[in-house]
Design a protein around this ligand. Structure first.
Ligand code: SF4
Ligand code: ZN
Ligand code: ZN
Length: 333
């Protein structure tokens, strides 16, 4: 049994229409319209309670074409004024994975057209000359770690070029808890938990990161995407693998949520309260490309130096600057 249960033959708690869903932790039966409103209003209330958008007027939204980031984009566009935002940009990275990347790109382009969102699509092959599968073969690094490194680097560079106040991610409550608990068991270091809605950046070097779906369940987003008619990517990334550890933690959390509706929300609140503010730590500027780095050279410049014999960080930054220039124009309202 999950957080939300699809219903038949019951009336909406808020109007006389048929309820389509029961939200167990809120003890509400809701029709489609009131469910969509419920999810949107909870996101807004969460951001107000934690001051997530304090001082933030412009954001860059990482779009994958999946249900999480697509639902988040729709929520943010609909609540743009209430959230006090002046501009929202979407960014999608085409990784060049056969089938999966084509579908993802088409879905994101459609989403941005429908929402009137200013969207930047960056093609990895055009940026550095290689697709992700080609890079995996050449570097002999695991696909997901390479993908994470590239996405972090590209998003940060694009956010700095756009001069937005923050980058917004579509990580939801379930993913954040699974990630945090896995790290707690394996790293035994609280600083790895990343359980804060806001991770402050460093002006000109590292963008601020916001987790707006911190208290939103995965199955709420799935139903939100379905009821609002969003098209989402159907194919799975071929590199996605089953992580036994994560599956076990997910099952345990689902069982507890089933017994105690609202368990996951109170757990993330309690864990988050006990952690110190997420800071950028002692980051330096990469001597090759100016990106944030733990040492003299950033991980992308180190990787490309090893694989291609030259660092590609600067080249990548200049190409991103060209793409960003093309979309940096007044936003449609
Ligand atoms: Fe990237 Fe791995 Fe996700 Fe595929 S599954 S998109 S390679 S992080
Ligand atoms: Zn209703
Ligand atoms: Zn670099």
């Amino acid at each position: 049994m999950s957080t939300v249960i699809e219903l038949k033959g019951v009336k909406c708690t808020k109007c006389s229409d048929k309820a389509v869903v029961r939200v167990r932790y809120a003890k509400l039966n809701l029709c489609a319209k009131h469910f969509l409103e419920f999810v949107e209003n909870r996101v807004v209330k969460f951001t107000e309670r934690y001051g997530v958008f304090n001082g933030v007027k412009s954001v860059l939204l990482a779009l994958s074409g999946g249900k999480d980031s697509s639902s988040l984009a729709r929520i943010m566009v609909r609540k743009k004024d209430v959230l006090g935002l002046e501009s929202i940009y979407g960014l999608h990275i085409d990784l060049g994975i056969e089938g999966f990347s084509n579908e993802s790109r088409i879905v994101v382009e459609k989403l941005c057209r429908e929402l009137g969102l200013n969207c930047i699509i960056l093609d990895l092959k055009q940026l550095i000359g290689y697709t992700l599968p080609e890079l995996v073969k050449l570097s002999k690094r695991p696909a997901c770690s390479l993908c994470g490194l590239l996405k972090r680097h590209i998003l940060n560079a694009a956010a700095l070029e756009l001069n937005v106040n923050a980058v917004v991610f579509g990580h939801h409550l379930d993913d954040l808890l699974v990630f945090a608990l896995k790290n707690l068991f394996t790293q035994q270091n609280l600083s790895y938990l990343k359980l804060k809605p806001v991770a402050k950046g460093i002006p000109g070097l590292l963008s601020t990161k916001l987790k707006v779906l911190f208290e939103t369940y995965e199955d709420e987003l799935e139903l939100y995407a379905k009821l609002s008619g969003l098209t989402v990517v159907q194919q799975k990334c071929p590199y996605k693998h089953v992580d036994v550890f994560q599956t076990a933690i997910r099952d345990m959390l689902n069982r507890l949520e089933n017994e105690i509706p609202g368990f996951k929300i109170s757990l993330i609140r309690r864990l988050s309260k006990q952690l110190p503010e997420e800071g950028a730590g002692s980051l330096m500027k990469c001597s090759m490309c100016g990106a944030p780095s733990m040492g003299e050279t950033c991980s992308l410049c180190r990787l490309t130096s090893r694989v291609f014999g030259k660092p590609l960080g600067l080249e990548l930054k200049l190409k991103i600057r060209e793409y960003v220039k093309m979309v940096k124009e007044p936003q449609p309202r």
